[in-house]
Design a binder for this molecule. Structure first.
Ligand code: CUA
Length: 314
C-alpha cells in the first residue's frame, strides 16, 4: 500500500496502525464514491429525455421514512466508527511510554538542538536505539516550529514558552528525515534533521566513541573540526571554497569580507565569533540572513576551537 500511495515505509508499529486508519477511511470513501457516482450516471442515462418523447412530470414526493432513516443511521455509524478508530490510535500515540529515554529538543530558527540524558548535545542529528522508547520534550526559542517524522507518521508542534511531548518506539534501523512542518521564516525549508536508528550493538559502539571523544584531550583545531561536523555547519558552509547557502569556510580567516550594507570587515576572531552568536549583525554580500544563532549552543571554548580549525582551512 505504501508504494501505491508513494508514502515512506513504516518505521514503527504505530505508523502501521496510522496507515490502517488511513486505509479504512479511504476504502469507506471509495465505496460511497462508486455507489453515488454510479447511481448518478445510471439515472442520467436511464431517465434522460429521448428525441420525440413527450414531457414527463416527476411525481411530487414529500417524504420517505424508511429511506431517510437509512441515510441518517448508516452514515452516522460509519462516521462514529471512523472517529473511534482514529481516536484509539491517536490515544496510543499520546500515551507516555514507560521507561522512555528523555531527550530534550530545542527548536530555533533554523535548527534542531537535541540534549541526551547525559548532557551531551547534538545539532540536527539524533541517535536512538531500536526497541528503546524515546520521549521528546520539546520547546522553541523563538517562533512555532513542528517536528515531523514522516516514516513514523508523527508530528507535533513546538511552541515558545511551553513544552510539548512526543513519543516514539523505533524498530527498524536506518536514517529517517526530520522536517520542520510549521512555516517559521526564511530558513524554514533548511530546517532539516536526521533521526538515526541503530541496533543495540551499533548504538553501544557509537556511544562508546562519543564518550571517548569527549574525554580525549584533542588539539583545539581537531576539536573545532569535530564541532563543525556535529553542529550542522556543513549543511550550509563548505570547506572546499565553493559557496552553498552561506560562504565557504575555506580561506576565510584573515580575509577582507564585503558585507551586504556595502562596508567591509576583516574576518578576524571577533568577527567570526560574532558571526556564530549574532549571525544577522554582519551579513556577507550576496548571501541571505538565514543563519541561526549558536549562542547557548556553542560555548566560548567551542567557538575558540572552531576558529582554530578555520585558521587551518587555507
Ligand atoms: Cu522551523 Cu519551519
Amino acid at each position: 500500500m505504501n508504494q501505491l500511495f508513494d508514502i515512506p515505509g513504516a518505521a514503527s508499529k504505530i505508523s502501521g496502525e496510522v496507515d490502517s486508519v488511513f486505509l479504512y477511511i479511504l476504502l469507506v470513501g471509495l465505496f460511497f464514491f462508486v455507489v453515488t457516482q454510479g447511481a448518478l450516471i445510471y439515472f442520467a442515462l436511464r431517465y434522460r429525455k429521448k428525441k420525440g418523447e413527450p414531457e414527463r412530470e416527476t411525481p411530487y414526493i414529500t417524504s420517505n421514512r424508511a429511506l431517510e432513516t437509512i441515510w441518517i443511521v448508516i452514515p452516522s455509524i460509519l462516521v462514529l466508527s471512523i472517529f473511534y478508530y482514529g481516536y484509539t490510535v491517536y490515544m496510543k500515540m499520546q500515551a507516555p511510554m514507560p521507561g522512555a529515554q528523555e531527550i530534550g529538543v530545542v527548536a530555533k530558527q533554523w535548527l534542531w538542538e537535541f540534549t541526551y540524558p547525559d548532557g551531551r548535545k547534538a545539532v540536527n542529528e539524533l541517535h536512538v536505539q531500536t526497541g528503546k522508547p524515546v520521549g521528546l520534550s520539546m520547546t522553541s526559542e523563538d517562533v512555532i516550529h513542528s517536528l515531523y517524522l514522516p516514516d513514523f507518521r508523527i508530528k507535533q508542534d513546538i511552541l515558545p514558552g511551553r513544552y510539548t511531548k512526543m513519543y516514539l518506539l523505533p524498530d527498524r534501523p536506518g536514517e529517517y528525515q526530520i522536517f520542520c512542518a510549521e512555516y517559521c521564516g526564511q530558513g524554514h525549508s533548511l530546517m532539516l534533521g536526521k533521526l538515526i536508528v541503530m541496533d543495540a550493538h551499533e548504538y553501544a559502539e557509537w556511544s562508546g566513541r562519543q564518550a571517548g571523544e569527549s574525554q580525549a584531550a584533542m588539539p583545539p583545531a581537531r576539536r573545532g573540526e569535530e564541532l563543525v561536523k556535529n553542529s550542522g555547519c556543513l549543511g550550509c558552509h563548505t570547506t572546499d571554497g565553493s559557496p552553498r547557502v552561506g560562504p565557504s569556510l575555506k580561506g576565510l580567516f584573515g580575509r577582507r569580507v564585503e558585507l551586504s550594507d556595502g562596508s567591509s570587515v576583516t574576518a578576524d576572531e571577533d568577527y567570526l565569533k560574532e558571526s556564530m552568536t549574532d549571525p544577522g549583525a554582519k551579513v556577507v554580500k550576496g548571501y541571505a540572513n538565514v543563519m541561526p544563532t549558536f549562542k547557548g549552543t556553542l560555548s566560548d571554548a567551542d567557538i575558540t576551537d572552531i576558529i582554530s580549525y578555520m585558521k587551518t582551512l587555507k
